[in-house]
Design a protein around this ligand. Structure first.
Ligand SMILES: [Ca+2]
Ligand SMILES: [Ca+2]
Ligand SMILES: [Ca+2]
Length: 507
């Protein structure tokens, strides 16, 4: 038997491989030392099946709590060679510790269920909804390393059905006896060359999920990881040459077929899992640790704890700024590459122990501008601005998330830079120092094969809803400014801002 604890750098980075920097990990040991193991917490992973009899998983897997959407039975699909993803994710979440084999999951005593949705034949929108709400009274954390939108095109694609959105809202609102299911989502792997943005994905930018970006072994953005104002957290996701070590389909199936001298010697494991698919379950595991220490926490408490306890990784990066907190609220470090920073299990568990649950979420409040018809000149340097004044009657509210729906007609949206500027509480009549959310960046739109294609960006933002985590803890009161600029000459045609809507999710 071979133990891989020592090489799981995402848990404890001792610079055990070339190119790693000591300490760039999730600080798992500090959480475990406080007694947090994930015990009593059910974590559901929505994925493509699982090698449920794997020696390092079997003790934590609940088949009766799982669901196979192909056959509609409480079971897990028997994986084949093209369905190895779930087994990789599962090991990061909840590999059994101290069992003499393999490695450890972040939450090594959590109960693990898999909703076998991906690649299943005959999956419907109703199944996708079901995967968000099934057994919602018993599910603590829902770990999602998948998406309905292809990564890496720079396009936006509106959902054809709203059932998925209904599912996460319902699970967060009524799940777990009203405390809510904690939804964790991979931010996306389309970040190479700055093409994709996590905000071009209606799942990763939904108010009821936490989007997770990926770090390399130096604590910096993995090459593929997507940036976005909607990012909540970051976690190790590995990169070329330094993947994460986890369970693999046994024997010659999966990533490790037993014939790669660079992989681990036991073909039931691999050291080459990388992606935001790997980062998301690490955060889901930390959420399970937090809930095992304090089961009364709501989904919003967990999010606030993870944000406040996150570590400012890659601290010399110029993208770090601080929020302008409402009265009595903490200051958060934020970065479009990292959200609130690298998840810190030890700090999160410590904070969770004495956390006072925040009050209920108030009904979202929207402000809308319609019928604007403002011309966006083509690549002239001009910036179009429009402002929404949020009245003092909103004083006392504390922002937890903001969505921004824009209605923009344009010939090539890859040319557009779109930002939201929050009020500056120190200077109510000037917006220059308010927190900025970059919603859309200038990029080439591509085919899923990576070929630049003007036609891919012909779908206007008409409408498109962006999300921002970056105003957490701020007050909504004051002038919010939308800035739109066409900053490149592709597509030639001038565009038009028709309207926009700002929605505040607050307590
Ligand atoms: Ca083990
Ligand atoms: Ca294998
Ligand atoms: Ca243009």
């Amino acid at each position: 038997m071979i133990l891989f604890n020592q090489e799981q750098w995402h848990l404890s980075n001792t610079a055990q491989f070339k190119g790693l920097i000591r300490g760039e990990d999730i600080n798992a040991e500090a959480a475990w030392q406080q007694g947090a193991r994930g015990k009593g917490v059910r974590v559901v992973m929505v994925d493509d099946g699982l090698d449920a009899q794997h020696a390092d998983l079997v003790a934590n897997v609940s088949l009766s709590a799982s669901w196979n959407y192909q056959f509609d039975i409480a079971d897990v699909a028997t994986p084949n060679d093209s369905q190895n993803h779930g087994t990789l994710v599962a090991g990061l979440l909840a590999s059994v510790e101290s069992n003499g084999v393999g490695g450890r999951g972040v939450a090594p005593a959590a109960t693990l269920a898999v909703y076998d949705l991906l690649w299943s034949v005959g999956v419907s929108d109703a199944d996708i909804y079901d995967a968000m709400v099934r057994n919602q009274q018993s599910v603590g954390v829902s770990s999602n390393s998948w998406g309905l939108i292809a990564d890496g095109t720079g396009e936006v694609n509106s959902p054809v059905s709203t059932l998925w959105q209904q599912g996460v809202e319902e699970g967060a609102t009524t799940g777990r006896d009203g405390k809510g299911v904690v939804y964790v989502w991979s931010a996306g792997n389309g970040g190479v060359g700055g093409v994709d943005n996590a905000n071009f994905d209606f799942q990763a930018n939904n108010p009821y999920v936490m989007a997770v970006a990926a770090l390399n072994g130096k604590g910096q953005k993995a090459t593929y990881s997507e940036e976005g104002a909607n990012l909540w957290l970051s976690a190790p996701g590995g990169d070329v040459g330094a993947g994460l070590t986890t369970t693999d389909l046994r024997g010659s199936l999966g990533l490790n077929k037993g014939n790669d001298a660079n992989d681990v010697g036991d073909a039931d494991y691999t050291r080459f899992f990388a992606g935001t698919s790997a980062a998301a379950p690490l955060v889901a595991g930390v959420a399970a640790l937090v809930l095992s220490i304090n089961p009364q926490l709501s989904w919003r408490d967990v999010r606030l704890i993870l944000a406040q306890s996150a570590r400012k990784n890659d601290s010399s990066d110029t993208g770090w700024v601080q929020t302008n907190p409402a009265s009595g609220q903490p200051v958060y470090n934020i970065n479009h590459k990292y959200g609130f920073g690298a998840v810190d299990a030890g700090a999160a568990v410590a904070l969770a122990k004495n956390w006072s649950s925040v009050g209920p979420m108030l009904a979202p409040v929207s402000y809308t501008r319609t019928g604007l018809s403002v011309t966006i000149p083509d690549n002239t340097g001009a910036v179009v601005e429009n402002t929404i004044a949020v009245p003092a009657s909103m004083a006392g509210r504390v922002i937890e998330y903001v969505t921004i729906e824009v209605d923009i007609t344009h010939g090539y949206i890859g040319d557009l830079e779109i930002s939201l500027i929050a009020p500056d509480p120190a200077a109510p009549n000037a917006s220059s120092a308010g927190t900025r959310s970059l919603l859309s960046h200038v990029r080439p739109c591509k085919t899923t094969g990576g070929v630049e294609r003007i036609g891919s960006c012909l779908v206007s933002y008409a409408p498109w809803t962006f999300g921002s985590a970056r105003h957490l803890g701020e007050s909504p009161v004051g002038n919010w400014t939308l800035r739109v600029a066409d900053k490149a000459g592709r597509g030639v045609i001038a565009g038009r801002l028709n309207g926009w809507q700002l929605t505040f999710y607050t307590r």
